[in-house]
Design a protein around this ligand. Structure first.
Ligand code: PHE
Length: 473
């Protein structure tokens, strides 16, 4: 394996920049492009978005720093890293189960994430087909009506054979990189593709600027109406912050374990959070003008990106080529995230059972393929199957939505809550301070956030989010 910075003889990132790009690669993905607009639309826009930004800064960032520092200190798969920190602090090693919960969540997210990755592949195929048949001049899908373009998405998700196959393809690409290890596989994807992705997204947002609906979009996304900030909206926002920053699934603990001692974790965490938030907001600014211009409903859910963007490309000259380029990039952004998601259970299986990395990755892939197939089919033939439908929060939800809600609104916030308690109250203070790279006022502020604000706010948000009745609304 290439140069190891972690100093422990394990595979590791080849430089600080490589770590930053890989962590941004993990953070930026379908969470920003598909889930963020869907959640913002479902929760009424402004109140959700502003609370989301607040959550990123006051809760997400301190937890991100906590996770990376546990990983770097432990230099091992996530549960092992938690155990080392607990042991060296003279505390119960049962704390490793916070990470076990994370490993489980990462696996559950992986299972439905790769289904969405498959959807992206479908659009890559559709745009490529259009490019070959109608050429580069004019917009994309010149021989289709707007309604026909809009109809592509529902037709695709209800075609179970196709979505299951595409899910398998996406999983196969993911496992290819994961089995090659950190510096030889995962890092390569991120270093080359993340910068290209940023440029294209910015380009489409600038196009939206001239599309006429930007004023309405800004008002929709940034007008704060406090009465809309209900318990479920707050839980959705905090859950989205974690999902987007890849927190609460021990993902950043796992990535942190490959970081060298010379890296300043606080500064790096801030860069990661800023880049991730910028992409989510850009995605909103790029998708909603098209939603409004096309007269579509803002609460179109996970299909929002897939129904609106093909519209835009229908009108832009050279649309098929640009559309193809865009969806290829979305695919890469999804890949750098799915690789991170698969890395968490793979590192655990391989270190816990002493399996070779490719074997561990194979086991994880097989299991994710099975659960993924159920998720894919839940948009079609299995749409009547509601596994947790007896609980009010999951009423009427198929497998895919159930996994999404269970992780994003329950297991990830709980994982993050326990991580903040662990770092704030359980881990040895000196050990924590030697890793976090903070001093002075910032250090005090961070301690306040992890010790007090994160645990209290997360507990309250979980309660009012899961049981909205307690607030009397
Ligand atoms: N943050 C990723 C996204 O927004 C998803 C993810 C979650 C990746 C957890 C890794 C771990 O798409």
């Amino acid at each position: 394996m290439a140069l190891t910075q972690s100093g422990s003889g394990r595979d590791g990132w080849s430089s600080r920049t490589a770590f930053i790009l890989a962590a941004i690669g993990s953070a930026v993905g379908l969470g920003n492009l598909v889930r963020f607009p869907a959640e913002a639309g479902a929760n009424g826009g402004g109140a959700f978005v502003l609370f989301y930004i607040l959550c990123i800064v006051l809760i997400g960032l301190p937890v991100l720093l906590s996770e990376t520092l546990i990983g770097r200190h432990g230099q091992a798969a996530a549960p092992e890293s938690f155990r080392k920190v607990a042991e060296q602090s003279g505390k119960s090693t049962a704390w490793e189960h916070v990470a076990s919960l994370g490993v489980l969540s990462a696996f559950l997210v992986l299972a439905f994430y790769c289904v969405l990755g498959g959807w992206v592949l479908y659009y890559v195929g559709v745009f490529a087909g259009d490019l070959f048949t109608t050429g580069i001049s004019g917009g994309a899908f010149s021989d289709m009506t707007v309604a026909e373009v809009e109809g592509l998405f529902p037709a695709m998700i209800s075609n179970g054979t196709m979505t299951v196959m595409l899910n398998l393809v996406f999983l196969a690409v993911t496992v290819f990189f994961v089995s090659r290890g950190v510096s030889g596989g995962i890092e390569k994807v991120a270093v080359y593709l993340m910068p290209a992705f940023f440029v294209l997204l910015l380009g489409i947002t600038i196009y939206g600027l001239f599309g006429g609906q930007m004023g309405r979009t800004l008002a929709y996304l940034f007008t704060f109406e406090p009465e809309r900030l209900t318990g479920p909206v707050m839980l959705a926002a905090v859950g989205q912050a974690f999902f987007s920053l890849s927190l609460g699934v021990a993902g950043m603990v796992t990535y942190g374990a490959y970081v060298g001692r010379n890296v300043n974790l606080a500064g790096t965490s801030a860069i990661i959070a800023a880049a991730d938030t910028a992409v989510a907001l850009l995605a909103g600014l790029c998708i909603f003008p098209i939603v409004f211009a096309a007269g579509l409903a803002a609460d179109g859910g996970l299909g929002l990106m897939f129904t609106t963007l093909p519209h835009a490309f229908q009108e832009i000259p050279g649309g098929s080529l640009l559309g193809l380029g865009f969806f290829v990039m979305v695919g890469f952004a999804a890949l750098t995230s799915s690789v991170a998601l698969m890395e968490v259970p793979t590192a655990w299986v391989s270190e816990r059972f002493r399996f070779a990395r490719p074997v561990a990755a194979g086991i994880v892939t097989f299991s994710a393929a099975v659960l993924g197939a159920l998720s894919a089919l839940s948009m079609g033939v299995l749409s009547g199957f509601h596994p947790l439908g007896f609980l009010p929060m999951f009423e009427g939800m198929g497998v895919l939505d159930t996994l999404d809600t269970l992780t994003g609104k329950i297991t990830m916030p709980i994982g993050a809550l326990l991580t903040s308690v662990f770092i704030g109250w359980v881990a040895n203070k000196r050990l924590v301070d030697s890793e976090n790279g903070l001093d002075g006022g910032l250090h005090l502020f961070w301690r306040f956030l992890v010790c007090w604000l994160c645990p209290i706010a997360l507990t309250l948000i979980l309660i009012v989010g899961i049981f909205p009745g307690v607030l009397g609304d």
